[in-house]
Design a protein around this ligand. Structure first.
Ligand SMILES: [Zn+2]
Length: 414
């Protein structure tokens, strides 16, 4: 009955572990600017200490007037020492800057200069803190970026949320995000709708889907019909299932006879309204059919162009925890769907890959082209210190989605 026990390798590698690692690396690499904890730092640390020590003698500078009474010799001596200290401090600063520049050049992956570690209280416990991102520099890929404040709860919303056995869906307070795909249930020229859900009076409910997917889904079904002569006015595509309530999933889960085919209630992608199941309905035949091989091949090969992915396959069942489902498609948007299809990644692997390889401020973003459209994609972790996250974004032409795990994914369209 349960689909969780599967050894989801995504779970282990995907979530928490990646972030702290990245941050810690950054903290070590970026030490010079912070100069807070010489213990962990390398060359810069040794160089900075004298700089700090140098500050102490500077304090007497304010007391100098008192020492004035001591005579000119003392004054000259103090001035000489101060001058010497200043020269040494300056030399050290220059040296540190040079070393840092060299280190930065060598470690192109770690280009955030301002990451800090803070220690809380006097107990010496080191708390994980947010990376401190530098203001985007002129000429950098992120020049002109501004911060967008998002509540951390928003990591549960968006096109790229990962919903699986380990990551439950967080239902929004209002279901306005989900709307009817077609309020007139029945035969249309292209497809029919039905999801087995009924109104309290027993009448069939039409399929509901997120507004996000309707236009792309409608276009895909029309193109699919045009490309497959087997699809006729009496053999039509059927959107069998779209949005599902928690109660509906509970019912399906309890009645499921095949282990690993139906997600646990609260963990189904169908809760998101971004997912649909597709089958074939033949006029005057009560049985619902599966797509035939050529129809299946067409939608599998072309769905990414419309922003959809075939979510569960034999190849990824050990990762997703769900058995092969040829009929289950999930909307993630065109850029992400195309990248996943081209690189043979399932959603778990993709979310993991963005976190590990395209962490804003620490690594280069993912630049990806679909047709004539260029996309820049990166991961931005949710704040661990605050309830809101200040995400660096351009001034326009971007979208932010949560990953439903630990952060956000920004997609810029050029
Ligand atoms: Zn499904």
């Amino acid at each position: 009955m349960n689909n969780t026990p599967n050894p989801n390798r995504n779970t282990g590698g995907t979530q928490r572990p990646a972030q702290p690692q990245v941050n810690r690396n950054a903290q070590t690499a970026d030490r010079p600017a912070g100069a807070q904890r010489p213990a962990g730092a390398q060359r810069p640390a040794g160089a900075q200490r004298p700089a700090q020590q140098a500050k102490r003698p500077v304090q007497p500078q304010g007391k100098a007037p008192n020492g004035k009474k001591g005579g000119k010799k003392n004054k000259d001596l103090v001035l000489a020492v101060l001058a010497l200290i200043l020269v040494v401090a300056l030399a050290i600063t220059i040296l540190v800057c040079c070393i840092k520049a060299i280190v930065d050049t060598v470690n192109k992956n770690n280009n955030t200069p301002g990451t800090t570690i803070t220690t809380t209280g006097t107990t010496g416990t080191t708390a994980a803190t947010d990376p401190v991102y530098p203001t985007p520099a002129p000429g950098a890929w992120n020049e002109g970026f501004v911060t967008l404040s998002k509540p951390n709860t928003a990591i549960h919303e968006g096109d790229i949320i990962l919903v699986n056995g380990d990551h439950a869906y967080t239902f929004p307070s209002s279901l306005q995000l989900v709307e009817m795909l077609n309020k007139s249930y029945g035969w249309s020229t292209v497809y029919v709708l039905g999801n087995g859900m009924t109104y309290p009076d027993g009448t069939q409910k039409p399929v509901e889907l997120s507004r996000r997917v309707v236009a792309d889904l409608t276009a895909m079904l029309a193109d699919m019909k045009a490309a497959n002569s087997t699809l006729t006015d009496t053999r039509r595509l059927m959107i069998l299932s779209g949005y599902r309530t928690l109660e509906k999933q509970q019912e399906l889960y309890e009645n499921e006879t095949v282990e690993g085919l139906t997600a646990k209630p609260g963990h189904s992608e169908h809760h998101t309204g971004l997912t649909f199941d597709i089958r074939i309905s033949v006029k005057d035949k009560p049985e619902i059919e599966y797509l035939n091989d050529t129809e299946q091949a067409w939608i599998t090969e072309n769905c990414a162009k419309y922003g959809f992915i075939l979510r569960y396959t034999d190849d990824n069942k050990d990762i997703t925890g769900i058995l092969n489902e040829d009929w289950h498609f999930r909307y993630v948007g065109k850029a992400h769907a195309s990248y996943m299809a081209e690189n043979d990644l399932c959603l778990e692997e993709y979310v993991d890959m963005l976190r590990k390889n395209h962490h804003y401020g620490l690594q280069e973003p993912l630049n990806y082209k679909v047709g004539e459209t260029e996309y820049t994609i990166y991961y931005f972790p949710a704040s661990v210190e605050n309830d809101t996250t200040n995400i660096y974004v351009p001034s326009s032409n971007y979208e932010v989605s949560g990953n439903n795990v630990d952060g956000f994914i920004v997609t810029i369209t050029k």
